[in-house]
Design a protein around this ligand. Sequence first.
Ligand code: ADP
Length: 541
Amino acid sequence: MELEADHRSKNLPWWTWLLPILLFQAGTQVSLYFQYAQGVADLYFPTAISIILVNWWGFWRVVPAIYLNATLSTGLWGIENPMLWPLYAVPETILTILSWLLFSRLMKGKYWLPNVTSLIQFTFFGVLVPILVEIGLLEFLLIGFNEHRTDQALDFYIRNFLGEFTSCFGLVLPVLYFGSPALHQKSLLFRSSERVSLSPTEVKSRRDWIELALVYALLLVLNYFVPFLRFWFIYGFFSLYIAIRFGFGATTVTNYFIFCITYFIPELIQRAEHISRIQQQDVTNILLGTLLLYVFAAFTGRVISDLKITEATLQFKNKELQQTNRELDRFVYSASHDLSAPLKSVRGLINISRYDPNAVNLYLEKMEISITKLEEFINEILDYARNKRMDVDLEAVRLKDLCQEVINNLKFMEGYPLVTIRIQVDPEVRVISDRMRLKMVVSNIISNAVKFQRKQVAAEIEIRCRQEMSNTIIEIQDNGIGMKPETQAKIFDMFYRGTDAEKGSGLGLYIAREVVEKLRGSITVKSELGEGSQFTIRLPQ
Ligand code: ADP
């Protein structure tokens, strides 16, 4: 069922069906140079390639291709009876399926390996377990059909395991780590909805690049004088150094580089001429050294990278916290002032009315104004608290209806009868967003446009909405008093008021920005003093 859905739901280009089989065949051809007995090789690349591709392009593009390649290539490995080829192709197909099933499906593994947990899951479920099963099955077949002797089975098993693990782990890590985000950008991944990202790069400055190049040059020189077979731990120090200095990404590449210069390239060239530099019994030692070096350095690098990411996140959060603290201080100070001013005014009015009972009605009217101001201010604080505390409640919101509702609620506002409001919004335009929050923002901007109208001209407000890529854009334009550039820069600050000519707390636009940010959008202003202003709200779909 799930396989079916996978198969149909993605739009990858046609060549993603063809490329796997070509890559598997190329991998087979290279691996053939590393064959050391009937049906077995020191390095085997098709399985490594299949682990990469099954994570990128899913089950159907990769599993049939590896089976087909393995079936057609079994003859090249010295198994002459064609009837047995489909059988010998089973183990590596099972490896691919197991890796996909355990890591990708069961663990929901993050194959771009963004943290130590995904690296551990990948090592065990994506590589180790599938390989152990695969070579067990292969050895079983080879013994069953008298290609290998039973007393050699353990030797073959260990050597096969080391070779396969080395080629799978070594090749796969850097390709998945660097390749996945690159393919994601080009929409060439099967599970395209996931957010695939690289850790913030650890090699940053020019000095870092020079240092890295120097280490690589040193490794090349070292390779000339110090044989890997006996002194692999010296290479290990280099790898650990890179892990500690630069983290995971650089380490995976360094490991691969060491493997290529010390073993893979020289051996490939020699074996192409049917000779080997290395004694057969030493191969196991080389592979064991490579494996230890790979695993230790890769895990050290991953842990170091995770630490750096955690540190950076902590620093960021700390800055955010300091900012919030500062805002809170200012809030308490300004709010207590704004709350006490109307109260003082009411108390004053009560006192005066005691001495002037004839004018009580006039004083009551003034008190009402003060109390309304207080009420408005408290409502704004409540809006702020609601936005902070409540979860975003998404629904399909028809923007035209929403604007109409907001305008109806503003009907009794001072100055409203003098304004002509035009809603240029297609009734069908909808946005998936939080209705209550959206109303808060639109209401605030329109009420400002009503409040800050120019007396000399007929006041006009125009509301427009449009869809742009994956954003919905709401524009609210007025021909009011407008603002100087210095004012525009500050209007979204807490308690900022650009003018004393009109009533207000200076909280409205601050809250509007907070709300829009909570909706993962943005709010901007363009304004000309004496001409008018335009507010633009950009919301993600
Ligand atoms: P308040 O309206 O309570 O003063 P706001 O945060 O809503 O607070 O607005 C901050 C300031 O931005 C206002 O004091 C005003 O100077 C300026 N402003 C906002 N909207 C407009 C507008 N449409 N035209 C001119 N100035 C505006």
